[in-house]
Design a protein around this ligand. Structure first.
Ligand SMILES: *Cc1c(COP(=O)(O)O)cnc(C)c1O
Length: 387
């Protein structure tokens, strides 16, 4: 048996968890559309009894994702939010969680409006300065949950520095790595204890299925998260598991192209006379460009830029043709959005102002179409601004 975890990233993405089917030799993992499994006699089965507890297609994608992030186990859920919910079941009443102040809006909604009702306490800090994390730690703190880079302003957190602060105090660090994918950033290599993804984005990569994953590094993660899958039931379906298995096979080539196109769009925008500022860690002008080079293997395809006003943003957004105006990110197609009225509408104007999300801010998840077609599309759409 080859140990795929020792191979290169692109090889792992194609082979880890994805060996030929032992029964038929099929080169793809079959989609085991079954709720239950026949048992030979009382207490004797082939390792599966009911698909909520375990399903061979889901097992395969979990082996694959653990290998890609460099963790020891992975557990998949019906969506990114279901994965975060499973993560929080590790907490008890009275426990304290420190969270990045600009994480995915659904995460803070879940923490503030669901988890806090069970007596779990949350503090939000700007984790771009690790000292803020240190200052927020209490005797009851059990988890620090961050995103780097943040959405949509692309602010980085030093993974190694925050992991060190956490471990000095016996606190776990979990990182939502959705924006980067394991191809571009592997937080476990910098000390993270748990990595979480919305697989809906780059891991699936084709905007055709929701999913979430928790990658763990210790035996207790494997035990806890498989128990949570069985007990709370928010598991990834066999078909959705297959879509991710299929998606990750091309993760390396997709991310290379996303990264290349992302850099070119960022360069184009910095030179555009109607753009007031571009947030992209690949630009030398990004205040954390050096940190980005240290902890990321590329800069990805997520970026945001300011066109001055909501009117200008709308002039442009209603005229894009290659890019699609919509929420979400990480698909092969370019997706463009307006954070103030879409992803960040719920946090309110005051909070948006505090973290720097202006009404003229536009976010792009640059896809892997031909770069000239993406640039021409942005160019023509921006000509309509302020007309
Ligand atoms: C989309 C997203 C989520 C939520 O994932 P769903 O699959 O939509 O539930 C969490 N974190 C980040 C960074 C995301 O982009």
């Amino acid at each position: 048996m080859i140990d795929w975890t020792k191979k290169g990233f692109a090889t792992r993405a194609i082979h880890a968890g994805q060996g030929p089917d032992p029964l038929t030799g099929a080169v793809n993992v079959p989609v085991y559309l079954t709720s239950t499994f026949a048992q030979e006699e009382i207490g004797k089965n082939k390792g599966y009894d009911y698909s909520r507890a375990g399903n061979p297609t889901r097992d395969a994608v979990e082996v694959s994702l653990a290998a890609l992030e460099g963790g020891t186990s992975a557990h998949t859920f019906a969506s990114g939010m279901a994965a975060i919910t499973a993560l929080i079941t590790m907490m008890r009443t009275g426990d304290h969680v420190i969270c990045g102040e600009n994480v995915y809006g659904g995460t803070t909604r879940m923490f503030n409006q669901v988890s806090s009702r069970y007596g779990i306490e949350f503090t939000y800090v700007d984790t771009s300065d690790p000292e803020n994390v240190r200052r927020a730690i209490r005797s009851t703190t059990r988890l620090v949950h961050i995103e780097t880079p943040t959405n949509p302003l692309m602010t980085l957190t030093d993974l190694r520095a925050v992991a060190d602060v956490c471990h000095e105090h016996g606190v776990d660090l979990s990182v939502d790595n959705t924006f980067m994918s394991p191809y571009l950033q592997r937080p476990i290599e910098f000390g993270a204890d748990i990595v979480m993804h919305s697989t809906t984005k780059f891991l699936n990569g084709h905007s055709d299925g929701l999913g979430g994953v928790l990658v763990g590094t210790r035996p207790e993660h494997k035990e806890t998260f498989s128990f949570v899958q069985k007990s709370t039931g928010g598991i990834l379906s066999p078909f959705e598991s297959f879509l991710i298995l299929r998606g990750v096979k091309t993760l390396a080539v997709r991310m290379k192209q996303h990264d290349e196109n992302g850099r070119k769009v960022a360069e184009f925008l910095t030179k555009h006379p109607k753009v007031h500022g571009v947030h992209y860690p690949g630009l030398k002008t990004h205040p954390q460009h050096e940190l980005a080079k240290k902890q990321m293997r590329g800069f990805g395809s997520m970026l945001s830029f300011d066109v001055g006003s909501q009117e200008h943003a709308n002039d442009m957004l209603k005229r894009v043709r290659v890019c699609t105006l919509g929420e979400s990110l990480g698909g092969v197609e370019s997706l463009i959005s307006h954070p103030a009225t879409m992803t960040h509408a719920a946090i309110g104007a005051e909070m948006r102002k505090k973290i720097g999300i202006t009404d003229g801010l536009v976010r792009i998840s640059v896809g892997i179409e031909d770069i000239n077609d993406i640039l021409d599309d942005l160019k023509q759409a921006m000509e309509w601004m302020g007309r």
